[in-house]
Structure formats: structure tokens, C-alpha cells
Design a protein around this ligand. Sequence first.
Ligand code: GTP
Ligand code: MG
Length: 436
Amino acid sequence: MSVVYALATPAHKSAICIFRVTGNGCLKSLKSLFGTSDISSRVFSVRPFYNSGLLVDTVGVLVFDGSKSYTGEDSFEIHAHGGLGVMALIEEALSGIGFDEAPPGEFTKRAFLNGKIDLNEAESVLDVIDSTNTEDVYLSSKSLSGDFSREVHELSDDINSLRMRVEGEIDFSDEEEDFMDEDIVSDVSVLISKFDLFLSGCKNRKNLSAKNKVVFIGPTNSGKSSTFNRLLGFERALISDTPGTTRDIIESEVFYESFSFSLFDTAGLRETSDTIEAKGIDLTKNEIVNADVVVGVFDPSSLSRLEEFSSLVGEKPFLKVLNKIDVDDSEVASFDCRISAKTGEGFEDFKEKITAFFKTSLQKDATFLVRDRHISLFNNSISSIKKALTIIQSGDGLEVAAEELKIARSCLDVVVGKKTSDQLLGDIFSSFCIGK
Ligand SMILES: Nc1nc2c(ncn2[C@@H]2O[C@H](COP(=O)(O)OP(=O)(O)OP(=O)(O)O)[C@@H](O)[C@H]2O)c(=O)[nH]1
Ligand SMILES: [Mg+2]
């Protein structure tokens, strides 16, 4: 396999950027890049980094020989200052000495192909990165540590030993001996129960990377952008006392109480003859359709419009917020929260109430995160075991029962990647980020 490199951190100005390089033979380039090939393995060393002999930056280097690397190949990492110019020059240096740019997921794919991790563990790497709440992080990390694969292997071994016992029965029946391992039927039933129990703890990761969408709507000038900014903790959206300040959808991410949310600030809704603002209003209506939770922000001057907005939101969860309580703190029923975007009053309660919508949708008792492909393989596997059980109970066609058990086991082999196809690997690794 060729030597490949990738920027493993986002291509944005930041304190540090990290490049990864992997591929046997890559360590021969250390001299031209760092001025020496004498860099200890698995020790963080500080070295100058050169592009065509010119000093680019003083960087941290981590070298791994193949036996101790993530990919199973000789590898190294460059930890440089996170400027866009630095990134461009490091990239130029690496491609200049003939390294190829790594496609998405290439490092993890190589780890799998070189036997460092199994396919399920490789998929768990992606799940850890995609998780948008802390519970999913814990579940993904458990799979990455090999717990899920161990359970699948255990089921696989159980199926295999039952198959061998069934085949033993076939041999005895060939010899016309009257022998039936009475326990086979009950042991297959026990296996089915064990499999069912395992499946009941599996949570489909389908929506893992789906964002928790929180959309802010309300009359113009009610303080939507101010509320949005205070939740984010910085000035993301433009604020002014001119109604109609926000004209486009503004999105930003925030992490609160084990969840990440995507917040969307929208244009205030009012009847308008201004065509640009009218377009913003149409966008807001579309955002409501895609929202998980709609937050309606009102101020004391726009209380009368609550009904109008409630009907616009329809069936969607709707959190009604009264803002600007610093100017008017009179109690108004029919609001879920009372806040001041100016002073921050009421925001703890407000954040709790947003989070509460998402807490209820979590499957609390999950043990593992799985994918559609796992679920369909598990279903095929268990249905073959059930077919085998029916055949064994009838006492006829034990060869077919043994074949069904073989199919059941081979489904589990596909789960952990003992059997794979290029198509499957392509599907899995193409959804990774570059540099992972
Ligand atoms: N006193 C007080 N003023 C606020 C508060 N929140 C917002 N404002 C003021 O209200 C005005 C409108 O705030 P914005 O956040 O721009 O309101 P908006 O709802 O995003 O407005 P549009 O985007 O035009 O629809 C600004 O002058 C803010 O400073 C608050 O809690 N208290
Ligand atoms: Mg605004």
C-alpha cells in the first residue's frame, strides 16, 4: 500500500493542527522533512519541519513503527501550529515527496486490513466521532474496546458447537445407531433466548449523527438573536433594535448537559412588503418543518401574537419563552420560560427545558450501538437458528438443520468482518472523515 497523508484536524485556524502519515517506507522521508532520521519511536520530539529545505515551523513529531501503530504500518504524526499557511506548506511538502492524499477513513481501513481491529471496532471509531450525546459516546467506546465483538464471537461459537453436535447426530444416524442428544433441542432454545436478550440491548445508531435541531422563531425584535447569542455564549447573530435585522437562517452548535444541539436563528415573522425579508420568512417556515423543538421568543410588546405562532408550529414541540423580563417582569401565564437575554436571568431553567425534550427520546437501557447492516444480519442469523430448531424438533432433515446453523454463523462472521466485500468496505469507510 502506498504512503498516504491527511490533515486529521479541521482546516481552520487553530492552536495546533495535526497531520498523519502512514505506509511502509514513510520513515525514510524523516531526514528530508525534519533534518534527521534519528527520531525515537513513540516519543514526542520537537523538530524543525522543512519544505524543500526551507524551515516551515517547529513541530512535534510522533513516530510509530508498524508493530505499534494504529494502522499496523510505519506511521508518523506532525503537530504543527494551526495556521492555514502552515497547513498548506506541510501539505505541499508531503505531496512533494510523493505521498498521496488519504481518502476518508483510510487510516482505520488500513488498521482493519492489517488485522489491528475488526470491522465492528472500525465502525465504532466512526460512532465515537459521530456521537452527539455522552451516552452514545460511552456505548460507542464500549464497542470500540471490543465488548460487542466478544459477544458476537461468543454467539458464533455457541452456534458452531451446536452445529457440530447436529453433525454428530447425522453421523450416528448413518451408522443406524439409535442416538439422539436430548439436550440439543433445549440448548438451541437457550441460544435463541440468549440471542434475543443480546438484541434487546442493541440500539440502532441510525440517528446518531442527526442533529438535535432547535429553531428560534418569533415576532420581529422580540430578542431571538439575543437569546440565541446568549445560549451560544458569543455574538454569532447580529442584533439591533431595528425590526427585521435577521433575514437569513443562522446556525450554530452548542453543547449542554451531555447533548449537542444545532441552534437556528431565523427572521422575525411579520407581514411585510420587503421581498428580501419575505424570503427569510419562507425559510423560517421551512425550518419549522425540520425542527425537533421550536422555541418561540416573545417580548412584552408581542404577547398578542402567541396564538398565531402556536398555530404555525402545529404539532411540533413548542417551547414558549417570554423575553425582556428585565424591563417588564409581570407574570404571564401560557409561557414555559421567562428570561432576559440582556441579563441572563432564567437561562438555566430555559436550557433545562430544551434538554428535557431530548432526554425522553434516549433509549436508556441500550448496551450497544448497531447499524442497519448488523440488524439485518442478526435477524437472518436468528431466523436460521429458529428454522434449525423446527427441523431438529421434527427429527427429520438434520443435514438441513446443520446447514441453517452454518448460515446463522456466517451472518455473524460478516458482522465482525471475517467475511467482507469491497463494496461493503467502500460503503463503511467512505462515511469517515479524512484523516481518521
Ligand atoms: N432590555 C432588553 N432588551 C433586549 C433583550 N433581548 C433583546 N433586547 C433588545 O431588543 C432588540 C432586538 O433584539 P434582537 O435580538 O435583534 O431581536 P430579534 O428578535 O432577533 O429581531 P429580528 O431579527 O429583527 O427579528 C435589541 O435592541 C436588543 O438589544 C432583553 O432581554 N432585555
Ligand atoms: Mg434577529
